[in-house]
Design a protein around this ligand. Structure first.
Ligand SMILES: [Zn+2]
Length: 277
């Protein structure tokens, strides 16, 4: 029976036992139990993907292939006592574990730092300024909050791992080599899709920022700007009055501090400065 449903399982490895029961009845006039259908699917999967245990034997050849075909990749494999402890690190970066634990996280971050360190030189080639600014800080405080206290964006998501999990849901049953290969392919397509979209962008700003600025510009000019100091100004219209400090990147409406985005008050002030030049 596993052979009979082989093609179906290959097309959809998550084929439900119920659907197998239906196919067997419709195409072969055979009534089988849910358990039989389930076992048949498992047997088909084994034919297609091999034994889960055996798949670990291919991990090292996968590493070799990945490194050869994706120059600049970092792949780490750790073979533990239990073969299911194989772990793989990938560009930008994912790892497979038997479960989530502090040890696993430590291993993952340690290797992430290792990979990052070996690429740092290249960052210097792109922007020496970025390279120097990173090195002005101790590596142990390389997190966003240690660089500038101001907000860097107004978007925060803390369910990224859930999104990723649901994105790869249909691959999670796969033996490790097939899993990693499927993720690699998925990421590759994703990167390519993003690259294509990015190529269509015009100007220095991303479309979202462009729209944001255009939207704000609609109401420029309805404010009066009174400069009070080199970097400070009072911006007001009939409804409100705001104090801006360009050096400290603050506006008394607090939008700039909280979202990291310039708001109409600051745009008015900057507009005046630009026109004066
Ligand atoms: Zn403001």
């Amino acid at each position: 029976m596993a052979t009979v449903i082989l093609k179906d399982v290959k097309d959809n490895p998550n084929l439900a036992p119920k659907d197998i029961q239906r196919t067997m009845l419709k195409d072969y006039k055979m009534i089988i139990s849910y358990d039989q259908a389930w076992r048949a699917r498992e047997a088909s999967r084994k034919m297609i993907f091999g034994n889960i245990e055996e798949s670990y034997d291919h991990v090292l050849s996968l590493k070799y292939e990945l490194l050869n075909r994706n120059i600049g990749s970092h792949v780490e494999v750790q073979i533990g006592l239990d073969r299911a402890f194989e772990r793989i690190l990938f560009p930008l970066a994912f790892a497979t574990f038997e479960g989530e634990s502090s040890d696993n996280w430590f291993w993952f971050l340690k290797n992430l730092i290792k990979a990052f360190n070996s690429e740092l030189g290249q960052l210097g080639e792109v922007s020496n300024e970025a390279f120097l600014s990173l090195h002005a800080k101790d590596k142990f405080v390389w997190s966003r909050r240690h660089f500038f206290e101001i907000s860097k964006n107004n978007y925060l998501t803390n369910n990224l791992s859930e999104s990723f999990n649901s994105w790869i849901l249909d691959s999670r049953y796969l033996p490790v080599v097939d899993l990693v290969d499927k993720l690699r392919a998925k990421l590759m397509l994703k990167f390519n899709k993003r690259r294509k979209i990015g190529l269509k962008w015009k100007g220095k700003l991303v479309p979202y920022a462009n729209r944001y600025c255009q939207e704000i510009s609609k109401n420029l000019g309805s404010y009066l700007v009174g400069q009070t100091n080199v970097d400070e100004a009072e911006v007001e219209n009939e409804y409100e009055r705001r104090n801006i400090n360009l050096k400290e990147r603050t506006c008394s409406c607090r939008k700039w501090q909280v979202t990291g985005l310039l708001y109409i008050h600051v745009e008015n002030y900057i507009g005046i400065i630009m026109n004066a030049k």
